[in-house]
Write a new protein. Structure first.
Length: 453
């Protein structure tokens, strides 16, 4: 059996700047290939500071397509071995894919092997493992130096594996094993114990900090999909993941609501979409002297009962633009075209002419009311009932005075429940724009689940 022990340096996880390959037969290194590679793009200063590889060094170096054949041939019929194998393998496979070639090799990760064969280490980084095992590294963070140290580490792991009654390496090479799929810092037991039900899951790094929050109707399946995703953000996140915890919710709605709340509360590094926390303005309506209904936005400090809340004026404006177009409202009376006697949209037949006295005010106001109804809950006080986490309970979402109050679980011990029953069992939550979006989307699809209070 032959092993291709590989290390690469990149311009920040996208393009290869250096590669080193040692072909190892289990006893001796029988071949080697090391070269700088011109990534055909800029190398950032922080990467130069780490590796010492700068833009001048790679300017005259071969481009990847010029060494692709050599890399393909030298690693053929070999097991691909690396420290954090999914990173190196993923980058190399991506480079081949850009050339229209499919690169497939069996993989072994020396981090995962070390966790099994060298247990209870404080850190499994290559540098710290080499210190604890007495392996010297020359040219740290250069491909050849790190690859050469990985060869020595792998040889030690091979010898330890031979002393095991059940070969760890053989089990990792088994097609049904997830040994090469899971992030290197994540114990397999953690993944194996994940729930396959609705809920919210949390990725933790080695420092005990939550770096990502997600939701799914099958937690284990969704987590696994992160490990197969080759986007740089996903790879970086998975490489940093050392633990995964979860909370079952019983249904998708509560998973969505809990995920949104947790992202705003924790602000995980790899969540972007819902990290905004401070609502800035609200949607309001009023009538002018003519009796025409206006739609506008104002800061929340000056708005007692907004129809809808927004994180920014730009979000409020974009929302009103869509509402204006959908219900054929006049931009002048939607705070979109100010200081004009009549709107421009009338000329392109998108406004029916209330600003030019060409449309009855009653007809226009009716459409404004329809627009408001489309973004408001149909009742001020209601509860949404859904499946619970267990058969003997149900879950609920409570809205009072048109505001989301939170969610909870109650036992199915009686036919009717009062507002106080719900308030006693509630997990209080904050109302915000994202929660409103989630609830409106759910109610539109599942109107039968709503009970007016």
């Amino acid at each position: 059996m032959k092993y291709a022990i590989i290390d690469i340096e990149t311009n920040g996880g996208v393009k290869i700047t250096e590669i080193s390959i040692f072909i190892f037969d289990g006893i001796h290194v029988i071949d080697e290939f090391t070269t700088l590679i011109n990534p055909e793009c800029h190398i950032p200063k922080r990467i130069i500071g780490l590796t010492g590889i700068d833009n001048m060094m790679v300017r005259e170096s071969p481009k990847f397509y010029e060494v692709a054949k050599k890399i393909y041939e030298i690693t053929e019929n070999c097991i691909f071995v690396a420290h954090n194998v999914n990173f190196d393998y993923g980058i190399i496979a991506k480079e081949f894919k850009e050339l229209g070639l499919d690169y497939r090799r069996k993989k072994l990760c020396t981090i995962r092997l070390s966790r099994k064969l060298l247990p209870n280490k404080k850190s499994y980084s290559l540098g710290n493992l080499c210190i604890s095992e007495g392996i010297s590294i020359t040219d740290r963070h250069r491909a050849r130096g790190d690859a050469e140290a990985t060869v020595i580490l792998f040889k030690k792991l091979l010898n330890l594996d031979k002393a095991e009654s059940n070969s760890v390496i053989s089990s990792f090479l088994n097609p049904s094993s997830r040994g090469a799929t899971l992030p290197p810092l994540l114990p397999k037991k953690v993944f194996d114990n994940l729930s396959e039900k609705h809920g919210v899951y949390y990725f933790w790094n080695e420092s005990g900090k939550i770096i990502y929050v997600g939701k799914s109707n099958n937690i284990k399946k969704r987590v696994l999909s992160h490990f197969h995703d080759k986007k740089k953000k996903e790879v970086d996140m998975c490489m940093a993941t050392a633990n995964i915890t979860y909370t079952e919710t019983g249904n998708e709605l509560l998973a969505l609501l809990l995920e949104s709340a947790e992202i705003k509360n924790i602000l995980p590094k790899y969540n972007r979409a819902q990290r905004r926390t401070s609502l800035g303005c609200g949607l309001i309506t009023y009538k002018d002297k003519k009796g025409i209904m206006h739609l506008a936005w104002n800061t929340l400090e000056l708005t007692s009962s907004p129809i809808l809340k927004f994180y920014s004026i730009s979000e409020a404006r974009s929302f009103l633009e869509r509402l204006c177009e959908q219900f054929e409202l006049c931009p002048k009376y939607c705070n979109l075209q100010t200081n004009v006697s009549s709107c421009f949209d009338y000329q392109i037949k998108k406004c029916k002419g209330v600003c030019r006295d060409s449309e009855a005010i009653e007809m226009y106001n009716k459409r404004v009311e329809e627009a408001i109804q489309s973004v408001s809950f149909q009742a001020d006080n209601f509860v949404i009932k859904e499946k619970g986490k267990r058969k003997e309970e149900f879950s609920f979402v409570l809205v009072l005075n048109n505001l989301y109050k939170g969610y909870g679980y109650l036992k199915k011990k009686k036919q009717t429940f009062s507002v106080n029953d719900y308030l006693e069992g509630i997990v209080a939550q904050k109302d915000n724009r994202d929660i409103n979006r989630i609830l409106h989307g759910y109610i539109k699809k599942n109107p039968e689940c709503i009970k007016v209070l």
